[in-house]
Design a protein around this ligand. Structure first.
Ligand SMILES: C[S@@+](CC[C@H](N)C(=O)[O-])C[C@H]1O[C@@H](n2cnc3c(N)ncnc32)[C@H](O)[C@@H]1O
Length: 273
């Protein structure tokens, strides 16, 4: 039984994972990756990580297991009102004025986990009476997270940091495990499975006034971050804005992106092409 991850097998596995999902593991993350791979390999009936690797790499029937592996590697941690000052600014300063001007703005939550981010924004739009006037697309690579999103399942952790409990009471049916989002809100979000490293799939989504790509680029290598950001910028309308997490920054990518600040919040637009 060889569920050890030698440095050599680490290198080929890390390359496979990066190709499949963009997630970049450094050699110092070897133990972390080993734990996750071993658990998945055993579940799939393998007793050697090298055999598991060959199966994933070369077996034409391995697509299902690849997806299972991706689901077990991604971190779906999120909550409804995470970094909510950004969401409030987007709702009141970008989307409400666009609706007032007679447009139907489009928003893309590009790594939506189990839907917490787009659903939090949807609640803010509903509060302003403009939910039906904004198109909300939300995507993630994780099939498991998307299945929960489509069922409207929110964990207890997803419901933390709620500044206005009335909002949640209105849209979420509380349950032992957290809550279930009411269909009248859920129906406004179009959930899709999209891998951000898949340029064609990203292009098929069309163009957007606002793209949220928060707390996911950190898992990618610098080179892939650059490519994904470029792809996202191409998907912006001329006046569109790209938002990353508050602890992330795209300033190093200037002049290809330009950074703006409003009310202490940073966001990005396409710069020099
Ligand atoms: C930490 S969560 C962030 C969720 C939310 N945007 C937020 O800020 O709370 C990261 C999400 O990125 C997704 N993800 C990781 N790699 C991805 C990829 N290549 N394409 C699309 N989504 C990806 C994961 O499945 C996970 O749901």
């Amino acid at each position: 039984m060889s569920l050890e991850l030698s440095p050599e097998v680490f290198v080929i596995f890390a390359a496979l994972v990066e190709e499949a999902a963009g997630i970049h593991y450094r050699l110092e993350d070897r133990e972390l990756l080993q734990g996750k791979l071993a658990a998945r390999a055993v579940e799939a009936g393998f007793d050697s990580l090298l055999d598991y690797y060959y199966y994933l790499r070369y077996d034409p029937d391995s697509a299902e297991e690849r997806q299972e592996l991706i689901d077990s590697l991604v971190v779906n941690e999120s909550y409804l009102f995470r970094e909510q000052r950004q969401l409030r600014y987007i709702a009141s300063e970008i989307l409400a004025p666009a609706v007032d001007a007679g447009r139907t703005p489009r928003v893309w939550s590009a790594a939506c986990a189990a839907g917490e981010e787009p659903l939090g924004l949807a609640m803010m739009l509903a509060e302003r009476g403009i939910l039906g006037r904004v198109e909300l697309v939300a995507s993630d690579i994780s099939r498991r997270a998307l299945a929960r999103a489509r069922r409207g399942e929110l964990s207890r952790r997803a419901l933390r940091d709620v500044a206005e409990p009335g909002l949640v009471t209105r849209w979420v049916e509380r349950s032992d495990r957290g809550g279930i989002v009411r269909p009248s809100l859920l129906g406004h979000v179009d959930f899709r499975q999209v891998n951000l490293t898949d340029a064609e799939a990203v292009r098929r989504l069309g163009t957007f006034d606002v793209i949220l790509c928060r707390n996911v680029l950190i898992y990618f290598s610098d080179e892939l971050q650059r490519r994904v950001v470029q792809l996202l910028l191409e998907r912006l309308e001329p006046e569109g804005t790209l938002w990353v997490g508050i602890s992330e920054s795209l300033m190093r990518l200037e002049p290809y992106v330009t950074c703006e600040e409003r009310q202490g919040l940073l966001f990005y637009r396409a710069g020099v092409r």
